[in-house]
Each structure stands twice: as C-alpha cells, then as structure tokens.
Design a protein around this ligand. Structure first.
Ligand SMILES: Nc1nc2c(ncn2[C@@H]2O[C@H](COP(=O)(O)OP(=O)(O)O)[C@@H](O)[C@H]2O)c(=O)[nH]1
Ligand SMILES: Nc1ncnc2c1ncn2[C@@H]1O[C@H](COP(=O)(O)OP(=O)(O)O)[C@@H](O)[C@H]1O
Length: 204
C-alpha cells in the first residue's frame, strides 16, 4: 500500500462547474478524500461560513502567509487572492489520507511544478457555448465579465494537455463518477499490486 495519500487537483475554466462537482462529491458519504479548505481575501457570500467554505483573510494577513511560505500555491483571481494552506495538505497526506483541491488553473500549474506526483484532473465543458450558458445562468457576473471569462476559457482549455485526465462535465453525477473511477484506478496503479504478488511468489 502507498503510505502517503494522493493529492487530487481538480481544475478548469471559470463556470465549468468545479464548485458544483466538488459539492456533489463531498455530499456523498462514500467520498473518502479530505477537502482542503482554501484561504481567500474575497468577502464571504451570504451563508458562507469561515473555516467551512473558506478561511477568510484580509489582504495583509494573506500576504503574511505568502511571506511565511504557508501556502502550497496561491493565485490572484478577479481581484482577490486564493491559496491552499500547505500544513493541512502535508499533514493529511502523511496520515495516508487523500486530499482534494478545487482550484483555478494558475494554482494547479504551480502545484504541478512543486508536486508532480499529484493527480491532475481538468474539468471541461461540453462546449464553449454551454460554458457561456452556465455563466449566464449562474447570474453572478455582468455580461462584459462573462465575455472575458469565455475568452479566457479558450486559452485555459489549451492547458488541458498538461493534466493527467480530462473529465467532461456534461452531467454533474457522471462527472463525479468519472472522478471516483480515476482516483480508484490511480490508487491501484500506484499501490503496485504486481510488486506485492511478486513478493508473495518469492516467499512461497
Ligand atoms: N489557486 C487557487 N484557486 C482557488 C482556491 N480556492 C478556490 N479557488 C478558485 O477560485 C475561483 C473563485 O472561487 P469563488 O470566489 O469561490 O467563486 P466561484 O467562481 O463561485 O467558485 C474558483 O475557480 C475556485 O476554483 C485556492 O486555494 N487556490
Ligand atoms: N453538469 C452541469 N450541467 C449544467 N449546469 C451545470 C453543470 N455543472 C455546473 N452547472 C452550473 O454552471 C454554473 C457554474 O458552476 P460553478 O460550479 O459555479 O463553476 P466554477 O466553480 O467552475 O466556476 C452554475 O450555475 C452551476 O449550477
């Protein structure tokens, strides 16, 4: 067995459904991964709880965390900082538990450099027009911002080649099943089952 847990990174363009898929994954009691709660300088939205949805920080606090090297990665996204607390990730992986990150693409790229043994999953929209529909339906951005997000998504989609797997988010439940299947297969691959059999045959 692998002693260390797997670092699972889910990323993809804005509006593809990362947050929706993540919430669905973690509403399933069978999900065994630990969700890493991010730090952010954005203000809490109605109903969001500090320490559950995010750790909400001031800009000064966040910059101090950067200076103290307390973040595994961080990025500035639409005027706010977002970052992954490094201690939680390391401690949880060291306990042999899988950690799940749901982050935007700049952060995922930083982790790929620092932590190449992670499992990188890119969530892709069925099409650019569907991505635009989702952003419009979400209703959290103006039409100007939606247009710039879709333009940005074109470039972000080119980055999917840097990921281990691409999962299409056509239906949330199907996307979750694909992610579970990928994680399971990755565990089997990394646990080196064949090495265990080899050892067993040597002994017998
Ligand atoms: N790099 C990075 N991105 C993050 C982190 N946490 C959340 N994000 C991303 O930040 C973006 C904005 O998140 P949020 O303000 O909650 O708005 P959303 O667009 O409704 O998900 C989303 O793409 C998240 O995936 C993090 O720790 N690091
Ligand atoms: N598979 C899907 N089919 C249809 N709509 C979806 C799907 N996944 C997410 N959505 C919707 O798309 C919008 C953007 O999803 P969200 O999770 O906020 O994206 P992201 O976190 O990637 O920015 C939301 O309104 C959400 O309800």
């Amino acid at each position: 067995m692998n002693e260390k847990g797997l670092l699972i990174v889910l990323s993809g363009p804005s509006g593809v459904g990362k947050g929706t898929v993540r919430k669905e994954l973690f509403s399933n009691p069978k999900t065994t991964y630990e969700y890493s709660i991010s730090m952010t300088t954005r203000l809490p939205r109605e109903g969001e709880v500090n320490g559950t949805d995010y750790f909400f920080k001031t800009r000064n606090e966040f910059e101090a965390l950067i200076a103290q090297d307390k973040l595994l990665e961080y990025a500035e996204y639409v005027g706010n900082y977002y970052g992954t607390p490094v201690d939680y990730v390391k401690e949880t992986l060291n306990k042999g538990r899988d950690v799940f990150l749901e982050i935007e693409v700049q952060g995922a790229r930083q982790i790929r450099e620092k932590f190449p043994e992670g499992l990188f999953i890119f969530l892709a929209p069925p099409s650019l027009s569907e991505l635009q529909n989702r952003l419009v339906h979400r209703g959290t951005e103006s039409s100007d911002i939606i247009a710039s997000r879709v333009e940005k998504a074109r470039k972000e989609l080119e980055m999917m080649n840097l990921y281990d797997y691409v999962v299409e988010n056509d239906h949330v439940e199907l996307a979750c099943e694909r992610i579970h299947a990928i994680v399971l297969a990755e565990h089997l691959r990394r646990d080196r089952v064949e090495a265990r059999y080899k050892k067993m045959l040597e002994v017998e």
